[in-house]
Design a protein around this ligand. Structure first.
Ligand code: CTP
Length: 408
């Protein structure tokens, strides 16, 4: 099957020019050259692709240099695993040597050896990602599909190539639900059975790799449905028993990328108890920003029973003070506890902005001696303001006078 017209139709002109240029350069180096991985899947699915993965049979690094020189790009990085990363204008591509891999221990990075095209395709995660399109001059556009990827693509199925796949690399469990959820594909029955069998192998994967794959899920437009599957197949719980996700609670989420990432961390940790927080942070190797957000979400959940009982605005204020507004907003958006929502919204919309006009400096300027009572006084003043006991500057002055010197 030749798909050159499909490539031309779905890649943009610059990407097509680059593939043609690489094809010419590969002739000079006497090597076969193929488009592989996600770009093949996406193009055959009738859509454009961002990054391009190119596989050559040998001399990848010299080819990468020649491509950069002749097509006007920059080689960014060359690894000892046989991969070169390049930018040509706005287009990113990886040029790699065909390779085969062996996994000594589950979760380890594989040992990589030079291999054939067939071996390279056979080491991949799913049939839909294990196809290649020839870029060689004499066979440009020929589809190489030894694992029936095309029919799985047409039938909407995510299927592993062999029964050790998830044991070799358990991040593929997260990738399976991402690829399935992205297109509304089904997990093939056997693949789903392997996920259930091998989900515990997620324990063998580093926090960094798990976090990377989870965050790729967070970024997908259908991330909530994907996380629900991850919950139902006990994938989240295999990462840490306190992680969970409930699709029904998810309202539409509109916010920028960084916040979205945090909100999803909040959603999968919202049922965790305070004792679970540190182990989750350690397991996922969360940075300080993510860790603080998860901490706040779990703290809010622990505070909610007291919050529901709080009778005064000042109590609400002091319970919620110091928690990130984004965490409070996220919690309020995704809980069905109306009383908690009411108190949190009141705090976010009004209470957190309340400030007495009298400050520490103004008290010192009025001759109040320095000392811990200043902090206590300001705290009581703020509480009186929050609870509506005083509402003007004059009343604040009166409040301070009465507190310091007593009297009516
Ligand atoms: N791959 C794999 N096993 C993994 C990760 C990647 O076999 N654990 C292979 C797949 O063939 C995949 C290719 O490497 O298609 C590139 O991986 P990646 O860039 O992570 O994903 P894409 O398939 O390009 O998908 P996306 O659209 O999400 O970028």
């Amino acid at each position: 099957m030749n798909v050159s017209s499909v490539i031309k139709e779905h890649l943009d002109d610059e990407q097509f020019r680059i593939l043609n240029g690489i094809a010419t350069i590969a002739v000079d180096f006497g090597t076969g050259c193929y488009l592989v991985g996600g770009a093949v899947r996406d193009v055959l699915k009738g859509r454009g692709s961002g990054d391009l993965d190119i596989m050559v049979e040998h001399r990848f690094s010299e080819i990468a240099d020649a491509v950069a020189e002749q097509l006007g790009g920059t080689v960014l990085k060359v690894t000892r695993f046989g991969t070169a990363a390049l930018d040509i204008g706005a287009i990113h591509l990886d040029i790699s040597t065909a390779r085969c891999e062996t996994y000594e221990e589950s979760g380890d990075l594989p040992k990589v050896f030079p291999g054939t095209l067939e071996q390279d395709l056979a080491r991949r995660d799913f049939t839909i990602n294990a196809m290649a399109i020839s870029l060689s001059r004499d066979s440009f556009g020929d589809l190489i599909d030894h694992h029936d990827g095309m029919s799985d693509l047409e039938n909407g199925v995510v299927r592993v190539l062999h029964n050790q796949s998830f044991q070799d690399d358990a991040t593929r469990i997260l990738r399976a639900i991402r690829f399935a959820g992205r297109e509304g594909y089904q997990l093939d029955e056997y693949t789903e059975r392997l996920i259930r069998r091998d989900v515990r192998y997620l324990e063998t994967v580093s926090g960094e790799r798990i976090r990377h794959e989870i965050e790729r899920i967070f970024l997908e437009p259908t991330s909530s449905a994907m996380l629900q599957v991850a919950n139902d197949l006990k994938i989240l719980q295999a990462i840490h028993p306190a992680l969970a996700f409930e699709y029904s609670i998810v309202a539409p989420i509109t916010c920028d990328f960084d916040d979205l990432n945090l909100i999803f961390y909040g959603l999968i940790t919202r049922q965790a108890s305070p004792e679970d927080v540190e182990p989750i942070i350690t397991r996922l190797m969360l940075d300080s920003v993510r860790a603080a957000f998860v901490n706040d979400i779990v703290s809010i959940r622990a505070i909610v029973p007291s919050l529901r009982l709080s009778k005064f605005n000042s109590e609400t204020y002091y319970l919620l003070e110091g928690l990130q507004p984004l965490a409070l907003d996220a919690y309020a958006t995704f809980t069905d506890d109306a009383e908690a929502v009411k108190r949190i919204r009141l705090y976010l919309d009004e209470l957190r902005c309340v400030r007495p006009s009298i400050t520490g400096e103004s008290l010192l300027a009025e001759g109040v001696p320095e000392g811990p009572w200043i902090g206590q006084l300001l705290k009581s003043l703020l509480a009186a303001r929050l609870d509506g006991d005083i509402s003007s500057y004059e009343e604040e002055v009166e409040f301070v006078r009465r507190t310091l010197w007593g009297g009516p």
